[in-house]
Design a protein around this ligand. Structure first.
Ligand SMILES: C[C@@]1(CC(=O)O)c2cc3[nH]c(cc4nc(cc5[nH]c(cc(n2)[C@H]1CCC(=O)O)[C@@](C)(CC(=O)O)[C@@H]5CCC(=O)O)C(CC(=O)O)=C4CCC(=O)O)c(CCC(=O)O)c3CC(=O)O
Ligand SMILES: NC(=O)C1=CN([C@@H]2O[C@H](COP(=O)(O)OP(=O)(O)OC[C@H]3O[C@@H](n4cnc5c(N)ncnc54)[C@H](O)[C@@H]3O)[C@@H](O)[C@H]2O)C=CC1
Length: 191
């Protein structure tokens, strides 16, 4: 197949359990990405050494737990998703094996060959969220695309969504009839 075969989804990470392994700069970046999307993200971070920046950041989020332990001193059946950020290929391979053993989806920072999924760049304006992926080929392009989209999306995006939601809630009739009305209303919305 031509192009990017990755299947995009938007996860409810307050209802899922995410394990972050590692306590350095990259672990902090991944943690920030999770929390930026959902301050109630259900995250456990494990590492024998945890940077003070990580501790300070996590202190304000009650749904984030930190454990000063080795990666193998925890029950993996408690988690749905794992993000590895140890920087050690040997440990990362063991992490991937653990993830497979316990059926967790796994992302290992900067090691695409060990990942089940990649993190993307995300643009957020209120309830609108756009995920960007380059199929792992150029993260910097994903970042640049995010910057462009952040600039061009109108500031009133949320009020447009709110209006459309109240119209949607007020519609009656069949699925087809509702779709026809919404199609008509939004025909010239983005031009
Ligand atoms: C495969 C993937 C796996 C994953 O980590 O999930 C991956 C892998 C790697 N990234 C590397 C480097 C950089 N990554 C960034 C930035 C981001 N990287 C992200 C995702 C992904 N990175 C996944 C694919 C996403 C896709 O499909 O496009 C973003 C989108 C999301 C996020 O990380 O949260 C975030 C932008 C967020 C934003 O700002 O919007 C920058 C730029 C910067 O930091 O400003 C650089 C330096 C410039 C460059 O190299 O391009 C390296 C080489 C490391 C080395 O050389 O040591 C690898 C390893 C390799 O490619 O082999
Ligand atoms: N720092 C950066 O800006 C960038 C880093 N990278 C790569 O990302 C990886 C991670 O980078 P950093 O976070 O900066 O490294 P780091 O060395 O600060 O963090 C690694 C973390 O893994 C933890 N760790 C080690 N053994 C462990 C174990 N057995 N169980 C649990 N945790 C364990 C350590 O305690 C430490 O907190 C490295 O491969 C690095 O080359 C890639 C691009 C940029």
């Amino acid at each position: 197949m031509e192009g990017n075969p990755l299947f995009p989804v938007f996860l409810k990470i307050d209802q899922l359990s995410v394990l972050v392994v590692g306590g350095g700069e990259i672990a902090l970046e991944k943690l920030e990405a999770l929390i930026k999307n959902d301050p109630k993200a259900n995250v456990t971070l494990i590492s024998p050494v945890i940077d003070s920046e990580v501790k300070e950041f996590t202190a304000s989020y009650s749904s984030v737990k930190i454990l000063e332990k080795e990666f193998d001193q925890i029950d993996y059946s408690l988690f749905n998703i794992m993000i590895g950020a140890t920087g050690d290929r040997n440990i990362n391979i063991q992490l991937r094996d653990k993830a497979k053993q316990y059926n967790l989806l796994v992302n290992i920072a900067d090691m695409p060959d060990l990942c089940d999924f990649y993190l993307g760049s995300t643009v957020k304006k209120g309830d609108l969220k756009i995920g960007i992926s380059t199929n792992g080929k150029s993260p910097i392009l994903a970042r640049r695309m995010r910057e462009v989209l952040e600039d061009i999306l109108p500031d009133n995006t949320q009020s447009i969504i709110d209006n459309l939601k109240s119209i949607r809630d007020s519609l009656t009739g069949s699925f087809k009839e509702k779709l026809k009305t919404l199609d008509k209303i939004t025909e010239n919305l983005i031009k």
